[in-house]
Design a protein around this ligand. Structure first.
Ligand code: BGC
Length: 729
C-alpha cells in the first residue's frame, strides 16, 4: 500500500512534466518484429518508429526479441527522449519462451493449479531473461466451440475451472513482487467474449445474452482482476453490436468501474483501426476518439492514437483527464516493474545465456506435459505397453515430427526442438520399427501460412499396413498440425486431417492391437476411432518434452490423470456443445418426436467435460451433505483406489440450482480436488459450498443467492457421480 502511494506520487509528478504529445506517446505501442531491429532504418514505417522512440512518443514495443535488441531500443527511449521514460516490452509468451510447455488447453487438462502456475513461472523466467517484461497471456476466453482455432490458447469451456487457471497463470507470471527481474506483467485477454465467435469462424460477430456474458464470460476476468493482473487486452469482436475495443460499458463501467481494475487496457493488434471496418467509426481519426473515450489505454499497432489523438484532445473530443488517466495507469505498471529504477533491469546477457533451455525448465515442462495427457479409452488394458514387447510398430507422420508438437503461439521458440514421440519411445524399447504412412502436412507449415494437407497421395500406406501386420502392437500417432489451431485457424471439419483416418482403418483391419496417440489443439470428432480402437491417449501438443512425456505414459512409468477441459463432440453438427447448458422445455419426451433432439445424431457428446481414465480405478462412496451450519454447505465423499497401481484422480463437484429467477444450467462445476491414492486406500474429500458458489448474476449484473433446492453431484467427470440434494435456506 505504502509502495503504491509513493508510486502514485511519482507518477503524478512525472505526468505534470509531460506535454500532450508525450502523454499520447505513452499510449502508443509499436511492433518491432519485422522492421525495428538491426541497423537504424532510413525509410518507411520503421524509420518513423525510430524517430518516435527518440521523441518519447512510444510507450511500449512488442515483438522485440533478445537482450541486445531490447537494450538498443530502450537506450533510444531513455537516453534520447526528453523525459527518458523507459519502454515496456511486450511479447506473446503463451506457453513458454524457448522451453515450450504444453499448449494452454493441454495444461488445463491437468486440473493441477500448482503445475500450471509453475509452467507460467518458467515462461516468465525465460522471457524476462531476454529483456521482455510483459506477456500477452493468459488468454482466458471461455469457448464452447471447437471449430474456433484459439481454443488451444485457453482453459476450455468452463468458467469455474477457467477462473482457477487464470489465477494460477497470473501468479506464475507476476510472482508476488513484480519488480523482481524474473517476473513479468501478465495480460488477461480478450475482453470480452471473443470465444463466442459465431459458427467458430475467427474474428466473427459475437451476439450472446446477458446471462451468458455475466455468468460464463466475465467471471474469469473478474478473478484475474482480483489476482492483481496488471493489464487487460480487449479484442477484435463485436459484442451485441458494439466492438469491444470501443465498448465503454465493458472497459469503463465493468472493468475499471465495478471491479476497480487499476492496471491498463491494451487494444488488440490494430483493433482500434478495425472499428472502421466494423462500421462503428468513420475513419481512423474517429476510431481514436471512440477507443480513447471507451477506455482503451494503449494502441497496439493501429497508429490511431499517435496520428490523431492529440488533435482530438485539442478539439475537445477527448478530455485531457481521460488521457491523464490512461497514462497514469501505464506509468504505474512501469514503476511497479522497476523500470524507472533501472530501465535495463531485464537486460542481462549472462542471465540470457543461463536461463534459456535451463534443465530445471525441462524438468518442469516434462512434469506439466505428463499431467496434461488424458486417457480416453483403454479396453483390455492394452496400455501400458510392456518394455519387453517384442515387435512394436510406430506409425504416422506426427510420430517423427519435432516441430508440430510445439503447438501454435510460440514466437520465441526455436523450430524443430521438440523430442519426438519416436525418440521418446525408443529410449524405452529397442524393438520399435517406424513407418510414416502417407504424407499429411506440407513441410513448410508455419504460424503465418495456411496449412496444406495431403488428401490424395496414398504413397506410404502399403508400407505402414505391412509393418502393422508383422507387429504385436501398433502405436499410431495421428492428429492436427501444431499450426492448425491458434489464431485464424478455424475449421469446419473436426476429424483427423488428410488420409489419417483411412490409414488408421487400414491398419486396424490387419492388427487390432492399436494404441492411438492423438495430437491436436482442439476437441476432435473421433467417433469411429472411439468405437473401434481399443486404447486412445489424448496428448494435445505437449511442447519441448513431448516424446519423453508420452513414452512415460505409454510404458507405464507414469499413470495418466488428465481430464478433458472441453467436451468432445460426436459430430460437428452438435457444436457448440458443452456440459453446462440449460434445460429446454422439452428435455425428454422420447419416444414422442417433439422433444429437443437431432434426427440423425445423439444429444450426448462423445466424451464429456471432465472425462479421463487412469491405469487404476477409483470408487466413489458415502456422499454426505451437511447443512447444519445454516449458511455454508459441506459436501463430502470417500474415494478409494480399487485398482492395482498408484494413481491420481480429479474429484469434481457439480451443482444444479433447480429453480431460479434466471434459469441455471443443468450442471455447474463448483469445486474440484486432485488427490493421489495408493491401491486399496481411501480418502475423504470435503467441499464447502458458500454463497459464492451457490449464487449467480442476474440480468442486471447483481450477484444474488436465492434460497431453494439444489442437486449436487460428486464424481469422476461431468456425467458420472454420486448424487444428492439439499435446500439452501
Ligand atoms: C492476437 C493477440 C496477440 C496480439 C499480439 C493478436 O493478433 O489476437 O492475442 O496478443 O496479436 O501478437
Amino acid at each position: 500500500m505504502a509502495q503504491r502511494k509513493t508510486i502514485s506520487q511519482k507518477v503524478d509528478s512525472l505526468l505534470s512534466l509531460m506535454t500532450l504529445e508525450e502523454k499520447v506517446g505513452q499510449m502508443n505501442q509499436y511492433s518491432g518484429f519485422w522492421d525495428v531491429t538491426g541497423p537504424v532504418p532510413k525509410v518507411g514505417n520503421a524509420a518513423i518508429k525510430y524517430e518516435h522512440l527518440k521523441k518519447g512518443w512510444v510507450g511500449s514495443m512488442l515483438n522485440v526479441k533478445g537482450v541486445e535488441a531490447v537494450r538498443e531500443l530502450q537506450k533510444l527511449a531513455v537516453e534520447e527522449s526528453r523525459l527518458g521514460i523507459p519502454l515496456i516490452f511486450g511479447f506473446d509468451v503463451i506457453h513458454g519462451y524457448k522451453t515450450i510447455a504444453p499448449i494452454p488447453l493441454a495444461e488445463a487438462a491437468s486440473w493441477d493449479m500448482e503445475a500450471i502456475e509453475n509452467s507460467a513461472k518458467i515462461a516468465a523466467d525465460e522471457a524476462s531473461a531476454v529483456g521482455i517484461n510483459w506477456t500477452f497471456a493468459p488468454m482466458i476466453d471461455i469457448s464452447r466451440d471447437a471449430r474456433w482455432g484459439r481454443v488451444m490458447e485457453g482453459g476450455g469451456e468452463d468458467t469455474y475451472l477457467g477462473s482457477e487457471i487464470a489465477k494460477a497463470r497470473i501468479t506464475g507470471f507476476q510472482g508476488n513482487d513484480l519488480s523482481q527481474p524474473h517476473t513479468i506483467a501478465a495480460c488477461a485477454k480478450h475482453f470480452a467474449a471473443y470465444g463466442f465467435a459465431e459458427s467458430g469462424r475467427e474474428y466473427n460477430t459475437v451476439d450472446i445474452g446477458t446471462s451468458t456474458l455475466y455468468n460464463a464470460v466475465l467471471p474469469p476476468f473478474h478473478a484475474a482482476v482480483n489476482s492483481d493482473v496488471k493489464t487487460v487486452m480487449n479484442g477484435f469482436n463485436l459484442l451485441n453490436g458494439v466492438p469491444v475495443t470501443g465498448s465503454s460499458f465493458l472497459q469503463r463501467d465493468i472493468l475499471k468501474g465495478k471491479w476497480g481494475f487499476e492496471g491498463f487496457v491494451i487494444s488488440d493488434w490494430a483493433s482500434i483501426s478495425e472499428l472502421v471496418a466494423h462500421g462503428y467509426a468513420e475513419d481512423l481519426d474517429h476510431a481514436s476518439e471512440l477507443a480513447a473515450n471507451a477506455g482503451s489505454d494503449m494502441d497496439m499497432e493501429s497508429w490511431a492514437y499517435i496520428t490523431h489523438l492529440v488533435k482530438n484532445v485539442r478539439e475537445g473530443k477527448v478530455s485531457e483527464d481521460k488521457i491523464n488517466e490512461a497514462v497514469r495507469r501505464i506509468l504505474t505498471v512501469k514503476f511497479e516493474l522497476g523500470l524507472f529504477d533501472d530501465p535495463y533491469r531485464y537486460c542481462n546477457e549472462q542471465r540470457e545465456q543461463e536461463r534459456l533451455y535451463h534443465k530445471d525448465h525441462q524438468a518442469g515442462v516434462l512434469d506439466m506435459a505428463k499431467k496434461s495427457i488424458v486417457l480416453l479409452k483403454n479396453e483390455g488394458n492394452l496400455l501400458p505397453i510392456s518394455k519387453n514387447q517384442p515387435r512394436i510398430a510406430v506409425i504416422g507422420e506426427l510420430a517423427n515430427d519435432n516441430n508440430s508438437p510445439l503447438g501454435s503461439w510460440r514466437l520465441g521458440s526455436d523450430d524443430n526442438t521438440a523430442v519426438t514421440v519416436l525418440e521418446g519411445l525408443k529410449k524405452y524399447s529397442s524393438t520399435i520399427t517406424y513407418a510414416k504412412g502417407p504424407r499429411v502436412f506440407s513441410p513448410d507449415a508455419n504460424f503465418l501460412n495456411e496449412i496444406q494437407v495431403n488428401e490424395t497421395d496414398t504413397n506410404g500406406m502399403e508400407e505402414a499396413v505391412n509393418l502393422a501386420k508383422q507387429s504385436d502392437v501398433v502405436i499410431m500417432v495421428l492428429g492436427e498440425h501444431g499450426f492448425q489451431s491458434g489464431e485464424a485457424r478455424s475449421r469446419t471439419q473436426l476429424g483427423l486431417p488428410g488420409l489419417q483416418l483411412d490409414l488408421l482403418k487400414e491398419v486396424y483391419k490387419v492388427n487390432k492391437n492399436v494404441v492411438l496417440i492423438l495430437m491436436n489443439g482442439r476437441p476432435l470428432t473421433i467417433t469411429w476411432e472411439a468405437e473401434n480402437i481399443p486404447s486412445i491417449l489424448e496428448t494435445w501438443q505437449l511442447g519441448t518434452q513431448t516424446g519423453n512425456a508420452i513414452a512415460d505414459v505409454v510404458f507405464g512409468e507414469y499413470n495418466p490423470s488428465g481430464k478433458l477441459p472441453m467436451t468432445f463432440p460426436r459430430s460437428v453438427g452438435q457444436v457448440p456443445i458443452y456440459y453446462n447448458h440449460y434445460s429446454t422445455g422439452r428435455p425428454d419426451l422420447e419416444p414422442n418426436v417433439f422433444w429437443s433432439h437431432y434426427s440423425d445424431e445423439k444429444n450426448e457428446p462423445l466424451f464429456p467435460f471432465g472425462y479421463g481414465l487412469s491405469y487404476t480405478t477409483f470408487d466413489y462412496s458415502d456422499l454426505e451433505i451437511d447443512t447444519s451450519d445454516g449458511e455454508n454447505i459441506k459436501v463430502s465423499v470417500t474415494v478409494t483406489n480399487t485398482g492395482k497401481r498408484y494413481g491420481e484422480e480429479v474429484v469434481q463437484l457439480y451443482i444444479h440450482d433447480k429453480v431460479a429467477s434466471v434459469t441455471r444450467p443443468v450442471k455447474e462445476l463448483k469445486g474440484f480436488e486432485k488427490i493421489s491414492l495408493t491401491p486399496n486406500n481411501s480418502k475423504k474429500v470435503i467441499f464447502t459450498l458458500t454463497n459464492k458458489e451457490l449464487g449467480f448474476y442476474n440480468n442486471d449484473y447483481e450477484f444474488v443467492v436465492e434460497p431453494g433446492e439444489f442437486d449436487v453431484m460428486v464424481g469422476t467427470n461431468s456425467q458420472e457421480g454420486l448424487q444428492g440434494s439439499f435446500t439452501k435456506k
